[in-house]
Design a protein around this ligand. Structure first.
Ligand SMILES: [Zn+2]
Length: 280
């Protein structure tokens, strides 16, 4: 689907499982399991779905999925086997390889978003997209290098330090227009300095929610993850972003939704709810 000068497409980079209780925080299971049913271990299916933005001489990837460097312990916890992660295959569907990616925008450095930024080649951890520049918010990079005790388990230095050492990492300082027609918005509720590309079109724009609204079930303000570092901040940020999204006719892109990649939103009384789904 085209937004301004860019063709945007969903790229699936893998499947994994997360604890349903952790994904829905204070929401009772009786409610959330109607949206995403859990298995007998209370795990729910998740996608690692990236966004490919092509145009203006660039092939931009937003987030890189969990990647293929995970330890056996991590794979077991997150229900990942060798068939679950298919990064190269996701790009091949569009006739591209890792060599064609010019830019990688990483929303934040939690492993399921940044793991695929780097890969192991000849026993060395190197940038997975050899010709790409990478973009991360400075405050997020600092949070990942010196994490608080609640967030330390979500970051792995190998996902981002090799980017810095190779000189391909660009640290952004707050919201900006990164490329013509692609705005970067920043939120702090899930983790400090999470960034969200907004690809602007004339009739509709595409907003990459990342972990601000990880699935279409997370649109109601109080439906948030136990993983959010600053719960009250995220409620305010979500409220502001959803009202702007409604006014400006944004399509929301859901990185982790097991089924729905993107959708419009609509007003239902006082609430904003999911509208027509969109195939990208
Ligand atoms: Zn996250």
């Amino acid at each position: 689907m085209k937004f301004g000068k860019y063709e945007c497409a969903a790229v699936e980079l893998g499947d994994f499982l997360l604890d349903g209780g952790a994904m829905f925080g204070v929401v009772p299971k009786m409610l959330w399991e109607k949206k995403i049913p859990a298995d007998n271990k209370n795990l729910i299916p998740m996608k690692a779905r990236s966004l490919l933005i092509r145009g203006n001489g660039r092939n931009i990837l937003v987030d890189a999925g969990p990647g293929n460097k995970l330890s056996e312990k991590m794979k077991k916890i997150y229900g990942i086997d060798d068939r679950s992660i298919y990064a190269g295959a996701g790009l091949l569907k569009y006739g591209l390889t890792i060599n064609d990616i010019t830019d990688v925008i990483i929303t934040h450095l939690h492993f399921d978003h940044a793991g695929g930024s780097t890969s192991i080649r000849e026993k060395k951890t190197v940038p997975a997209f050899p010709y790409a520049k990478y973009y991360i918010q400075k405050t997020q990079f600092e949070a990942a290098v010196n994490p608080g005790p609640g967030e330390a388990a979500s970051f792995t230095g190998d996902d981002f330090m090799p980017l810095k050492e190779s000189g391909v990492l660009n640290l952004l300082d707050g919201p900006c227009e990164l490329f013509s027609g692609i705005e970067i918005l920043v939120t702090d509720g899930h983790t400090k300095g999470q960034q969200h590309p907004l690809v602007k079109g004339e009739e509709a724009s595409l907003f990459f929610c990342a972990d601000l609204i990880p699935t279409s079930a997370h649109i109601p303000l109080s439906w948030r993850m136990a993983y959010d570092n600053h719960p009250l901040t995220i409620i305010n940020e979500k409220s502001e972003i959803l009202s702007r999204a409604f006014k400006e006719n944004w399509i929301l892109f859901f990185e982790h939704d097991p089924v729905t990649a993107a959708a419009y939103i609509k007003q239902d009384g006082k609430n904003i709810v999911i509208g027509k789904t969109v195939t990208l």
